[in-house]
Design a protein around this ligand. Structure first.
Ligand code: PBG
Length: 324
């Protein structure tokens, strides 16, 4: 057989394959989500997220130092608020001595170089488990945005490097930027969850924080998974309103959206490899049906190939181990 072009030449051994690889993962691609609880010296496994834990602040601080030494440079904080602190106004979210604010300070004190991002949304603090304030069974936009802006300033005050609004209210990025400016937080970044879809794959996360919505679903604020163009609109508007980084979430079922957003904006794009995506790999691996390590590398590489500059993932530790 005579062939002018033989594509298999570039696949013929590991050396040439690595020479021509278009996508290469490195530790600084990853954001490590952390779940923080009240108390001391507790590290408890999340049932639906095998080998992932809720930790008290003291344990979290040790973890963060370890992560930094592994080459990971960014953490994203979520807190589990006690039930008695939940209400319909986000009171606890604004508490200067709340669990989030204390966690930020403790981490920045212990490991000042680690970039600290914080989740900004009301669901962990909401008696309804919704990301915003509820009136007559509706999640009201403008009153919620006011609280989110104050919450962001409170996180900045505690020392957060980036706030990460995950709520999907309209106009919140502009309001947060304005509030940060007015309070002289000119160095605080905003990573906007710009295209966050109403997904069934958030289940294990809601177990982790006990934050499932008490009524209805999140479809009046999170996006419809039928839509792609709408994601571009959301991302462009967030950039115009002052977002430094935009995010697509979830990741695995939304690779086309990641690419579309990447091509449309001039800021870094992140994606969130969410809890249900983690749980699926863990469960299949436990059954012996897939190779966990290979699945981690393949899915994370695909996300970067799709256009993600940054990836928030519960596999951050594993992937750094696999890369070294
Ligand atoms: C809520 C929030 C959610 C996640 C991050 N922030 C869940 C939700 O919207 O119900 C999900 C993350 C994951 O599933 O890993 N503001």
């Amino acid at each position: 057989m005579y062939l002018q072009r033989r594509n298999r030449i570039l696949r013929s051994n590991p050396a040439i394959r690595s020479l021509v690889a278009e996508t290469i993962l490195t530790p600084s691609d990853f954001i490590v989500p952390l779940f923080i609880i009240e108390g001391e010296n507790i590290k408890e496994e999340i049932t639906s997220m095998q080998n992932y834990y809720r930790m008290t602040v003291d344990v979290t601080v040790k973890e963060v130092k370890e992560l930094w030494n592994m080459g990971l440079k960014c953490v994203l904080l979520f807190v589990k608020a006690k039930d008695e602190l939940k209400d319909n106004k986000g009171t606890e979210a604004l508490n200067p001595n709340g669990l989030m604010q204390r966690s930020i300070k403790a981490i920045k004190d212990a490991c000042p170089e680690m970039l600290v991002m914080t989740d900004v949304a009301l669901d962990p603090f909401s008696s309804y488990g919704h990301d915003g304030i509820v009136e007559n069974n509706e999640i009201v936009n403008d009153a919620t945005v006011e609280v989110l802006a104050k919450m962001s300033v409170s996180h900045a005050q505690a020392g957060a490097d980036f706030v990460a609004p995950s709520d999907m209210m309209d106009g919140r990025i502009g309001a947060i930027r304005k509030a940060l400016e007015e309070n002289n937080f000119t160095k605080t970044g905003i990573m906007a969850y710009s295209a966050k879809y109403a997904s069934c794959f958030y289940g294990p996360f809601r177990d982790a924080l006990d934050s499932a919505p008490g009524f209805g679903d999140k479809k009046t604020y999170q996006m419809d998974y039928s839509n792609r163009i709408e994601a571009v609109k959301e991302a462009i508007m967030d950039v115009e309103e002052g977002a430094d980084i935009v995010m697509v979430k979830p990741a695995l079922s939304y690779m086309d959206v990641i690419r579309e957003v990447k091509d449309a904006v001039d800021v870094p794009v992140s994606c969130y490899n969410i809890s249900g995506e983690y749980a699926m790999i863990k469960a299949a691996a436990k059954m012996g049906w897939i190779d966990e390590n290979k699945a981690i590398l393949e899915t994370l590489t695909s996300m970067k190939r799709a256009g993600a500059d940054l990836i928030a993932t519960y596999f951050a530790r594993d992937v750094v181990r696999l890369l070294s």
